[in-house]
Design a protein around this ligand. Structure first.
Ligand code: PLP
Length: 395
């Protein structure tokens, strides 16, 4: 039997059209975009087109797309970059306590959560806002945490474990209203999981910083980006963050290091392909997802869906199965050629129960006995039927 991959939230295969778009930049047009000669110019032209495509898709200016080596790096740049700039400006103004407050939600990906913990160790005041039992951020609590030292609010667009979609435009509005004419706080969203299925226009959402990743949208691994809202001062564009990686000054000085031209070209192609098929694919997968949820409940009458049933990514099923540990189910399904997971791939080897499910008020038993099935472009009805048949055998 052909193996069936149902872990598209962990990563996606590279689309053959993406692979094709990347090919010229490995050894043919291999120049360094920083070089003045024609090899360099070709590379810098390719990088420019890639940046324009990504920017166009999210309603940004091309200079506002900062390519990074991963979404993790983009999230580190968002949080660390804001903290550095804030502290620098407070010190310049001789403010007694230069340390900012940073608000994040309790269900953020580790690359936000752990970065925030690190910044707390460096002196930031980190506030973690709770979520409802469906996994939706408590906006009232978030608003209450805004104070005169607030530099950044970061809430993900959709959660990687439960697929719950957050009210980003509403949160952004609250942050902007609080900010008024001031620079702070900025609002960051990690839209890595959402981009495939949710239109991520930075102006419609009202966000100042947004993280995307190529490897979750049928692009290559090792490339992501951070959108950074800029303003113009004379002929110069100014950015509200400081770099974390310094060196040659690439990417508007915000992320030094020779750019991954092939990666950026692949990322841009992947973005184009998502933009061309988003609604259709979302509708197709929503149907499959709902069949999957109903069928699991029939196989296991005690099974329960984790996360909001409606405000949910079209490809995400996260279910508690009574009496069966996730580990046991993942291994048993893998032996039948089917790949599912228990939540985030980053913590799959950790013995700790999911921080996302615990934050939603789930017991340790529920958090330990929940599996995540995430569908994607290559998932058809037959694959779903094969998965359900394999799952039945575990009863
Ligand atoms: N943010 C979210 C929501 C994710 O799901 C992931 C990956 O699982 C990341 C960030 C980090 O992506 P990467 O491992 O490519 O840096």
């Amino acid at each position: 039997m052909k193996p069936i991959y149902l872990d598209y939230a962990a990563t996606t295969p590279v689309d053959p059209r993406v692979l094709e778009a990347m090919k010229p930049y490995w050894n043919g047009e291999f120049g360094n975009p920083g070089s003045l000669h024609s090899f360099g110019q070709k590379a810098s032209g390719a990088l420019f087109s890639a940046r324009q495509i990504v920017a166009g898709a999210i309603g940004a200016k091309y200079e506002e797309v900062i390519f990074t080596g991963s979404a993790t790096e983009a999230n580190n740049l968002a949080l660390g970059g804001v903290m550095r700039r804030y502290v620098r400006e407070q010190l310049k103004a001789k403010v007694k306590n230069p340390m900012p407050r940073i608000i994040i939600s309790a269900i953020e990906h580790e690359s936000v959560l752990k970065t925030a913990h690190d910044l707390a160790r460096d002196g930031a005041n980190v506030v973690i806002v709770p979520v409802s039992k469906e996994g939706v951020v408590d906006i009232k609590k978030l608003k209450e945490a805004l104070n005169e030292r607030i530099a950044l609010v970061s809430v993900m667009t959709a959660n990687n474990e439960t697929g719950t979609i957050q009210p980003i435009a509403e949160i952004a509005k609250a942050v902007r209203e609080f900010r008024g004419e001031r620079v702070w706080p900025l609002f960051h969203t990690d839209a890595v999981q959402a981009f495939n299925y949710v239109k991520c226009n930075v102006n419609e959402l009202g966000v100042d910083l947004m993280t995307l990743s190529a490897q979750k949208i049928y692009g290559p691994k090792g490339v992501g980006c951070l959108y950074v809202r800029s303003s113009k001062r004379g002929n110069f564009r100014t950015y509200p963050i400081d770099p974390v990686l310094t060196g040659g000054g690439q990417e508007q000085g915000l992320r030094s290091g020779t750019e991954n031209v092939a990666g950026a070209a692949g990322f841009a192609k992947a973005v184009e392909l998502v933009e061309a098929s988003r609604e259709k694919e979302a509708a197709r997968l929503t149907k499959l997802r709902d069949i999957c949820i109903r069928s699991i409940k029939k196989i296991w009458p005690g099974a329960k869906l984790n996360g909001d049933a409606k405000k949910r990514l079209p490809n995400n099923v996260n279910m508690y199965v009574p009496g069966k540990s996730a580990e046991e189910m993942i291994v048993a399904l893998d032996l039948q050629g089917i790949a599912v997971s228990s939540g985030s791939a980053c913590t799959a080897r950790s013995p700790e129960p999911s921080h996302v499910l615990l934050a939603m008020g789930a017991s340790k038993e529920v958090a330990k006995n929940s599996i995540r099935i995430t569908l994607g472009r290559q998932t058809g009805e037959k694959d779903l039927a094969a998965f359900l048949a394999a799952l039945k055998k575990l009863r």
